[in-house]
Design a binder for this molecule. Structure first.
Ligand code: BES
Ligand code: MN
Ligand code: ZN
Length: 462
């Protein structure tokens, strides 16, 4: 789909305009038919399609309800444009001009909505989804439209990766994907190198799979670096649970257990285009968690990179083991901040559902900044507690800790486990177990991967 910016509306197949509640639209025809005759109110998300029958330079006018003007914002723009796009697809439109009457340059959020809605994972379908050929926006700057395109392309790149079946999206494939991103310095460590770095927790998780683990370290360096940040993504290419195997229904979506890694790849790819003045390290400890004769076992004692020992209580709590070693590695990079993003716990999904990701950390100011960035980016991050009492159930008789404890408060327990591997750095942990992958459509998103975290991390890093 081609996206353009134009000065003012031109004759077109579909003209898309907006209506705020209690106000008229910019088109007389729409005011006469939609508003006066049919009582179209313009409540947020309502749509009205008008066939102009030669009375306008557009064949059709699509009116989108924007709700109350004083409640309108960038996130609503994203949602409204996604809604409009879905309607345009429904009527099999090819070309549209979006001519909105709003104050401010909403190019970025409009294009994000457009491209979120344009996304389809139909690579393996014989019958392809209908896409628009051309969309033009009036009033918005090329700069803000371009930024929206970079953000949305990053999200859709992430969604493609997380939607890719585990038979294809292997640790090797993630490593190749990382190496193919232009504008970064990328190192990939193989099994022998992971061993010599002392990553005993991460290695154990991957040892039951026929696919070797790959530790990926990407580095983006801006021109005037004033801050250094490491972003770690959980990269379990398939989580069968290991010997503590998952029931079929829970295993069904576990190709998505590398959504954190996919997010980091999407973010790194976009940073190379946006060129902000920061240094960002993208880190992924990729492997599969499989049951086999060579799998790690309940009762095993693992030694992480920082020397701490872990008794394996449950092989299905594998993400925190891989993240433990990745966190140790990141803390050795002398960065100012470390962020990890992971489909870590079913407990977080139970607590927050599919609308909000959980967030925890050791620095209140950083937490607040990430939360408000999420809010302005159209995502929701909700803080979960890190009371030290949660660590009690992780105590082991024979090692420094166990990898799982009580079933209750599982998201917080996982957070406290991770904290053991964070040293002298500001750190936040984002649990996207509920938000990364949808079993049914929700708002702008079709079922499947959502690219959770991409928009927020990009806004945070730039
Ligand atoms: N990848 C899962 C968490 C998950 C669950 C992600 C549902 C997305 C949707 C993680 O590795 C896991 O299996 N966690 C266990 C931990 C338990 C054994 C302490 C869980 O949440 O059940
Ligand atoms: Mn698991
Ligand atoms: Zn997992």
């Amino acid at each position: 789909m081609e996206i353009k910016t134009i000065q003012s509306a031109v004759p077109v197949e579909v003209l898309v305009i907006n209506k705020f509640e209690g106000e008229n639209t910019s088109e007389e025809l729409a005011n006469t038919y939609a508003v006066e005759k049919d009582g179209f109110e313009g409540k947020f998300g309502q749509t009205y399609l008008l066939h102009t029958l030669g009375k306008s330079s557009a064949d059709k006018i699509l009116v989108i309800g924007f709700g109350k003007r004083e409640e309108f914002n960038a996130n609503k723009m994203t949602e409204a444009v996604a809604k409009a796009y879905k309607k345009l697809v429904q009527i099999k439109a090819k070309k549209a001009v979006f001519d909105f009457n709003t104050d401010g340059d909403y190019g970025k959020s409009a294009v994000i909505g457009l491209l979120i809605a344009d996304y389809a994972y139909d690579k393996y379908k014989s019958e392809k989804v209908h896409h628009l050929e051309e969309v033009s926006f009036t009033k918005y700057s090329q700069e803000s439209v371009n930024e929206g395109m970079i953000f949305a392309q990053a999200m859709n790149f992430t969604r493609d990766l997380a939607n890719t079946p585990a038979q294809i999206a292997t640790p090797e494939m993630l490593a190749e994907t990382a190496k193919n991103i232009q504008g970064l310095e990328t190192k990939v460590f193989d099994k022998a190198q992971i061993e010599s770095m002392g990553m005993g927790a991460y290695l154990a998780v991957g040892q039951g799979s026929v696919h070797e683990p790959k530790f990926i370290h990407m580095k983006y360096t801006g021109r005037n670096v004033h801050k250094k940040i490491a972003v770690i993504g959980k990269g379990i290419c398939f989580d069968a649970g290991g010997l503590d195997i998952k029931p079929a229904s829970s295993m069904l979506t576990m190709k998505d257990d590398m959504s954190g890694a996919a997010c980091v790849l999407g973010v790194m790819q976009a940073l190379a285009k946006l060129q902000p003045d920061v240094e960002v390290h993208g880190i992924i400890a990729a492997c599969e968690n499989m049951p086999s004769g060579s799998s790690y076992k309940p009762g095993d004692i693992l030694t992480a990179k920082n020397g701490k020992t872990i008794e394996v209580d449950n092989t299905d709590a594998e993400g925190r083991l891989t993240l433990a070693d990745a966190l140790c590695y990141a803390c050795d990079l002398s960065v100012d901040e470390v962020i990890d993003i992971a489909t870590l716990t079913g407990a977080c999904m139970v607590a927050l559902g599919t609308y909000a990701s959980g967030i925890m950390g050791n620095d209140d100011e950083m937490l607040q900044r990430l939360k408000s960035t999420a809010e302005n980016s159209g995502e929701k991050f909700w803080e979960l507690p890190m009371f030290k009492e949660y660590f009690d159930s992780l105590k082991s008789d024979i090692a420094d800790m166990k990898n799982t404890g009580s079933r209750w408060g599982g998201a917080s327990t996982a957070g406290l486990f991770l904290k053991e591997f964070v040293k002298d750095v500001k750190w936040c942990h984002i649990d996207i177990a509920g938000t990364a992958f949808l079993e049914k459509p929700q708002k702008e998103f079709i079922a499947g991967a959502t690219g959770a975290g991409v928009r927020t991390l990009l806004n945070y890093l730039k």
